[in-house]
Write a protein that binds this ligand. Structure first.
Ligand code: PHE
Length: 338
């Protein structure tokens, strides 16, 4: 005849196997394995058993506990699966689902991300400054004469308090040098504003990436190498780059950079990309006077600066024919860059 414990185990297994819901299963668990459960109770009874009986019953007790515990886990899984199946029974999985709408980055942002990653590899950090600026940061500090046409009311948006919307990101050159002594190696992407007649290539608000590099013995070779490397990385190694002498009040000498590449839209023409030059000593002097020191001694430090037309870069990179698309918020346009 089988031992009482074995009978108890068999009763437990069949009760657990037959449990039709979680409450019944839990009641069976408490009854057999709970602290005062009938299987557990055998542990207390062990003490009063004879030496011969102890190992036999101990073994049976362990077996009973293990198999009942396993059966409870198995039954819990079975009940959970059944419950899920009941819940899913009402759902028609053949119905089309609701697609998650995924957004994408604006083409200007994509272009900027690429540009930033190229300059970052050359050790440039990001700098920034406000869109609403003082006349001093936008013009005087940049060695721009009081009668310079860029300052004209017809060209620049002035606020009633005398401040203005910056006409270029070169203001960030000044703000960066005011804050920190040389060496400096920054780029500053941002918006700029001019009273331009809006057409396919002009807008009252546009975007630039300013660059400033100040160190000892910086030369035009550094300027040229940096910008050529950047343009080749962005547009491809076959891109031709041309430096044309130009005039800016805040750089001397100054250049405009054009690119030409068969790989680009409108690739047979030279396309104007960027203004640049060697930082004018007068700019360093203005910064020194604002700082109240001589940190930017033009005899010790030299530098180059550049201002890339960001919208221009993106138009060329993606073959976009009209600047106005960038701000029109038309999904048919934006989705092409997803
Ligand atoms: N700020 C100039 C512009 O907007 C570009 C420029 C930047 C030129 C830095 C030289 C150096 O046209």
């Amino acid at each position: 005849m089988s031992h009482e414990l074995e009978q108890l185990r068999d009763a437990a297994l069949s009760e657990i196997g037959g449990a039709g819901d979680e409450q019944t299963l839990e009641a069976a668990r408490v009854r057999y394995l709970g602290r005062a459960g009938s299987i557990s109770a055998w542990a207390d009874r062990m003490k009063s058993l004879s030496k011969e009986e102890k190992p036999v019953v101990g073994k049976l007790l362990n077996e009973a506990r293990t198999s009942v515990t396993a059966a409870i886990a198995e039954a819990a899984d079975r009940l959970r699966a059944a419950k899920e199946a009941r819940e899913l029974a009402d759902i028609d999985i053949s119905l089309p689902g609701t697609a998650a709408e995924l957004g994408s980055l604006h083409p200007l942002t994509q272009m900027l991300d690429r540009a930033i990653s190229i300059f970052r590899r050359m050790g440039f950090a990001l700098a920034e400054g406000p869109d609403v600026e003082t006349e001093w940061h936008c013009f005087d500090a940049l060695n721009t004469a009081p009668d310079h046409p860029a300052r004209n009311e017809q060209d620049t948006f002035y606020l009633p308090d005398g401040r203005l919307l910056r006409t270029h990101t070169s203001t960030v050159q000044i703000r960066t040098m005011e804050k920190a002594p040389p060496p400096i190696r920054v780029i500053a992407p941002g918006a700029a504003y001019r009273r331009d007649e809006v057409d396919a290539t002009h807008s009252a608000q546009f975007h630039q990436i300013e660059g400033l590099y100040v160190d000892e013995k910086v030369s035009i070779g550094d300027l040229k190498g940096t910008l050529e490397f950047f343009l080749h990385e962005l547009f491809g190694a076959e891109t031709q780059v041309r430096f044309r002498p130009h005039y800016f009040p805040f750089t001397e000498p100054s250049f405009e950079i054009d690119v030409k590449s068969k790989a680009l839209k409108g690739g047979e023409k030279w396309l104007e990309m960027c203004g640049c030059g060697m930082v004018h000593p007068a700019v360093f002097e203005q910064v020194n006077s604002a700082r109240g020191d001589t940190a930017y001694d033009p005899k010790k430090w030299s530098g180059f600066a550049f201002g890339l037309g960001m919208d221009r870069l993106a138009m060329i990179l993606f073959g976009i024919p009209d600047l106005r698309y960038f701000a029109a918020n038309d999904l048919r346009f934006l989705r092409q860059f997803a």
